[in-house]
Design a protein around this ligand. Structure first.
Ligand code: SF4
Length: 486
C-alpha cells in the first residue's frame, strides 16, 4: 500500500490476576502497532484506582521498564492511535481517564463517532467539561455519566445515542469491558490467557502472547469481566442496524496473520489477486510485483491466476515514517524513494504488472510508476485489488474529503493517464464480495458506493471539534452528502 490511507487505532485489554498485566498489554500493543503509530497508552487498575501512562510515538518509544513497573493491577487496557477525530497531540493520546457519577473509568477507542459534536454539545449543556478534542472522550464521559443502575443499562443508553464505528476497551477500578458497535464496523476479538481473559482489535496479538483465540465479539455486544467471571450482553438489541464490517480490513488494514470473520486474511488477499487477474488481465506482462507489504499476497494470487511470474521489484524501508525527524526539502522531493527502493536487475526491460490495494488521492502512485520506469521497466500495468474509492470514510479511516479522492473527480482512463500507467484495472464490487466470501449486506463498502450504513453528515472533518478562537463548537449538522464541490 502506498502511503496515502491510514489506519484508525488498535485496542487491547487483559484481565489476569497475579500477572504483569502492563507488560502483557505492552506486547499486545506491539502486535497492533500497524493500526496506529502516532501515540500509545496503557491504563491499569487494581480494585482501588486507575493508573495511566500515555505518550507520543511508537509503543517502544512511549514505554520503558520504569513505566511498566508503575502500572500495577489485574486489569489493563492499551491503545495505539492514528488520529481520525482530534489532532495529533499528547492530550488526545488514549486511553482517556475520566470520572463521573458512575465512578472512574479509562477508555480506548477504535473507530469514529459521526454525531460526536452534537453529543458533546448536549453534555456541555449539562455542565460536563471536556479536556480534549477527541470523539473518544465524548464516549468516555457519556459512559461515566450515563443513567442506569447497571452497566447493561448504561451501555444501552450510550449505544442508542452513538452513530458511528466503535470497538472499545474500558476499565473501571474492578472490571474490564469490551464493546463493539451494532454495525460491527471495526474488528474486536476475545481470547484466553492461562486463567484470565484477553481482548484485542486483531487476533494476531493473541498469537504473540501465547493466548488462545476464542471468538469475535459480536456486533452490538458488550463483554463485562470482573473477579466473578465473564458476562455478555447486547444492551441495544432492539436497534435496527445492519452489520457493516469494514471491507478494507480484508483489503489492507488488518495484518495478514489475523482472523476476520473466522477467516485468515492472507489467503483472502491472494483470492483478491486471483479474482483481479480474471477480471482485469494485463495486455502484456513479464513479471508481477506487489507494493509491499500489504499487496504482496494479492500480487502472488494475481501471478497464480495469470501465469505471469511473481517477483519482488520494490524493497520497503520499514522504519521510515516511524520517526519524529522530518525529511528536509531535498529529501521530501525524493518522496517515495525514502520508503521504497526498486530492484533494477529485476525490472530492467520488463513489462511489469504492478498490484496495489487502492489509489486514494493519486499523489504517490505516479511517483512509484515513474520510479519503476527509471529503474528500467518497459511497461507498467497498474492493477488495484478494490473498486475505485469515490466517497470518504466517516468511520475512522483518513482518506481526506471527497474532493481529494481522484476517483470522485476522474474516470478510469483519466486516472490511468494521471498516474502514467500503460493500463489500469480495478477489481469490481462483485469480485471483492466473492473474494472476501461475505455477503454485501454484511459489509461496509461505502467508500466505493456512497451507500453508508447510516446517514452521515455533509462535511465532517477530523478537526471538527478542535478549538477555534477558543471555542469548541464548530460542527456541521446537515445529514446529506454533497454532489458538488461547495
Ligand atoms: S467507508 Fe470504506 S474504509 Fe470506511 S468503514 Fe466503510 S469500507 Fe471501511
Amino acid at each position: 500500500m502506498l502511503p496515502t490511507l491510514r489506519e484508525a487505532c488498535g485496542v487491547f485489554g487483559v484481565y489476569a490476576p497475579g500477572e504483569d498485566v502492563a507488560r502483557i498489554t505492552f506486547f499486545g500493543l506491539y502486535a497492533l502497532q500497524h493500526r496506529g503509530q502516532e501515540s500509545a497508552g496503557i491504563a491499569t487498575s487494581n480494585s482501588r484506582t486507575i493508573y495511566l501512562k500515555t505518550g507520543m510515538g511508537l509503543v517502544s518509544q512511549v514505554f520503558d521498564e520504569d513505566d511498566l513497573s508503575y502500572l500495577p493491577g489485574a486489569f489493563a487496557i492499551g491503545h495505539t492511535r492514528y488520529s481520525t477525530t482530534g489532532s495529533s497531540r499528547l492530550d488526545n493520546a488514549q486511553p482517556f481517564r475520566v470520572s463521573g457519577p458512575n465512578g472512574e473509568l479509562a477508555l480506548g477507542h477504535n473507530g469514529n463517532i459521526v454525531n460526536a459534536a452534537v453529543l458533546r454539545e448536549e453534555l456541555q449543556r449539562d455542565g460536563i467539561t471536556f479536556t480534549t478534542s477527541s470523539d473518544s472522550e465524548v464516549i468516555a464521559r457519556m459512559l461515566a455519566h450515563a443513567p442506569g443502575d447497571s452497566w447493561k443499562d448504561r451501555w444501552g443508553h450510550v449505544m442508542r445515542r452513538l452513530n458511528g464505528a466503535y470497538s472499545l476497551a474500558v476499565i473501571t477500578p474492578d472490571a474490564m469491558m469490551m464493546a463493539r458497535d451494532p454495525m460491527g464496523n471495526r474488528p474486536l476479538c476475545l481470547g484466553r490467557l492461562d486463567g484470565g481473559w484477553v481482548a484485542a482489535s486483531e487476533s494476531c496479538a493473541f498469537d504473540h502472547l501465547g493466548a488462545t483465540f476464542i471468538r469475535e465479539i459480536e456486533p452490538g455486544e458488550v463483554i463485562y469481566i470482573d473477579a466473578e467471571g465473564l458476562q455478555s450482553f447486547k444492551p441495544a438489541e432492539d436497534l435496527e442496524q445492519r452489520s457493516a464490517f469494514c471491507v478494507f480490513e480484508y483489503i489492507y488494514f488488518a495484518r495478514p496473520d489475523s482472523l476476520l470473520g473466522g477467516k485468515l486474511v492472507y489467503p483472502i488477499r491472494m483470492a483478491l489477486g486471483r479474482e483481479l487477474a480474471k477480471e482485469a488481465p494485463a495486455p502484456t506482462g513479464d513479471v508481477v510485483i506487489g507494493v509491499p507489504d500489504s499487496a504482496t499476497a494479492a500480487a502472488i494470487g494475481y501471478s497464480q491466476a495469470s501465469g505471469i511470474p511473481f517477483v519482488e521489484g520494490l524493497v520497503k524501508n520499514r522504519y521510515v515514517g516511524r520517526t519524529f525527524i522530518q525529511p528536509d526539502q531535498r529529501l521530501r522531493e525524493v518522496g517515495v524513494h525514502l520508503k521504497f527502493n526498486p530492484l533494477r536487475d529485476v525490472l530492467q526491460d520488463r513489462r511489469v504488472v504492478l498490484v496495489d490495494d487502492s489509489i486514494v488521492r493519486g499523489t504517490t502512485t505516479p511517483r512509484v510508476i515513474q520510479m519503476l520506469r527509471k529503474a528500467g521497466a518497459r511497461e507498467v500495468h497498474m492493477r488495484i485489488t478494490a473498486p475505485p474509492i469515490t466517497h470518504p470514510c466517516f468511520y475512522g479511516i483518513d482518506m481526506g474529503t471527497r474532493w481529494e479522492l481522484i476517483a470522485a473527480q476522474k474516470s478510469v482512463p483519466e486516472i490511468r493517464e494521471h498516474i502514467g500507467a500503460d493500463s489500469l484495472g480495478y477489481l469490481s464490487a462483485e469480485g471483492l464480495e466473492r473474494s472476501v466470501q461475505t455477503a454485501k449486506d454484511r459489509l461496509c463498502m461505502a467508500c466505493f458506493s456512497g451507500e453508508y450504513p447510516r446517514p452521515v453528515p455533509l462535511q465532517m472533518d477530523k478537526l471538527a471539534m478542535e478549538p477555534a478562537d477558543g471555542a469548541l463548537d464548530r460542527h456541521e449538522s446537515e445529514y446529506t452528502l454533497p454532489l458538488r464541490r461547495p
